[in-house]
Design a protein around this ligand. Sequence first.
Ligand code: NAI
Length: 244
Amino acid sequence: MLKGNTAIVTGGSRGIGAAIAKKLASLGANVALLDIGNEDQAKLVCEYCTEEFGVKAAYYSCNVADFEQTKQVVTQVSKDFENVTILINNAGITRDGLVMMMNEKQFDDVISVNLKGAFNMIKHCSRQFMKNKCGRIVNISSVSGLSGNAGQANYSASKAGLVGLTKTVAREFASKNITCNAIAPGFIATDMTADISAENNPLAAQIPLGRPGTPEDIAGAAAFLVTSPYVTGVVLRVDGGLGM
Ligand code: NAI
């Protein structure tokens, strides 16, 4: 279905990003994983994609918050791979704290990675998408960005910012066959949420579907958006019904 296309997945070495990379590879896409760390894990994901699905896969060390670095890495990926048409902005961090306790660095770091990182990647990839006459961008937002979450002013603001970015990019590029959508995951069991177990998280008890999500639940939604050329500017909640 995606054979001959290349997907860039930021934060692709573990968790939701790794699951999305594997899913897109299973549909035939080549995958370039960009991550600031976890090189060993990233290489395992690449090996898996190549061995299971016969696609090309590679890891690139990259801090998405760094404008020049993202520019260089996107240029390199475009040389190493054919037909870059898919971008998954998944890299994200948390630096939680109540507003009264949160310092400037906590706020700036989260905005830089989660929001500016997505801008950097979209800006640099857009040239490739125009050249290839196709682009499918998926930004991983969060239900925290839609409803707010006490202790996450920085994170919620960054994820709400992604919604505005998504809709603006969707409008700016619509005439160029470039779509841009967001996914707002609920509570997903990954390393990021490892210290808030389903048992002691009050939110988890409120999930109508009765369980935390898995990275594969998000990967399925990403695959849907990437393969749906008439869907743009949407924010798809994948939260087990939490936001109803
Ligand atoms: P994770 O912590 O397991 O994975 C995040 C990945 O991003 C890591 O591999 C990390 O090295 C990478 N990363 C962090 N900073 C980076 C940077 N500056 N440049 C490049 N890569 C960087 O997290 P998880 O749970 O897989 O989350 C993935 C995305 O989903 C994040 O954007 C997160 O905010 C979002 N999300 C997660 C939810 C959850 O419950 N796990 C819920 C809602 C949204």
